[in-house]
Design a binder for this molecule. Structure first.
Ligand code: 5GP
Length: 205
């Protein structure tokens, strides 16, 4: 029985990281795929936890070796999802969640049609701007660049199965969790158990 694959994308500052943290805390069996990236770690980020931080040469060697399920250039840096990790988890029945951009989602969806893609949107452009500035993690020019990128990214909302407008955090947490939990009651995820139940009816006809 294969696990389900989930994809979450969002413009930077939409609250995606917070939502994912809540989700992974409440769904202990859900596996987060740690991506590879050429960008520098931000304060507090840990290698192997938030990303595998590697240099461009190493990244390109992995591309050559076919080690990525998908990869893309975002804001001048390379980001990619390890192919083996995702397949190993899915093959052993684990659900996996990817935090990737809109380009990566297109690639994964073309290879794995049954992946469930979720897009997180801020309630408005002004709110996104406010959140990015409040975060005070980056200089003004980087924030401007992120906002420009966001304008392009939101055009891809049609590639997604679900859209969560992250207005009230608690509601968004519930919605995201419901989407992932509902995947566990799909018939294909319960086949073995259902067959047992049906067999148990066998002698009673
Ligand atoms: P950040 O640098 O803010 O951590 O991430 C920038 C963007 O890259 C985000 O939209 C994030 O979802 C995306 N991203 C992170 N990992 C991957 C990956 O493995 N593949 C792709 N395509 N995008 C990624």
């Amino acid at each position: 029985m294969r696990g389900n694959l989930y994809i979450v994308s969002a413009p930077s500052g939409s609250g995606k990281t917070t939502l994912l943290q809540h989700l992974l805390r409440s769904l202990k069996d859900l596996k987060f795929s740690v991506s590879y990236t050429t960008r520098r770690p931000r304060q507090g980020e840990q290698n192997g936890m938030d990303y595998f931080f590697i240099d461009r040469a190493a990244f390109l060697r992995m591309v050559e070796g076919g080690q990525f399920l998908e990869w893309a250039e975002f804001n001048g840096e390379l980001y990619g999802t390890g192919r083996v990790f995702v397949h190993e988890q899915l093959d052993t029945g684990k659900d996996v969640i990817l935090d990737i951009d809109v380009q990566g989602t297109k690639q994964v969806k073309s290879k794995m049609q049954d992946a469930t893609a979720i897009f997180i949107l801020p309630p408005s452009f002004a709110e996104l701007e406010r959140r990015l500035k409040m975060r005070m993690l980056e200089p003004a020019d980087v924030i401007r660049r992120r906002l420009e990128i966001a304008k392009g990214e939101i055009q891809f909302y049609r590639d997604y199965d679900y859209i969560i407008i992250n207005e009230v955090l608690q509601n968004s947490i519930l919605l995201l969790e419901s989407i992932v939990r509902s995947g566990t009651v799909k018939p294909q995820r319960q086949q073995a158990r259902v067959e047992e139940i049906i067999a148990s009816f066998g002698g009673r006809a």
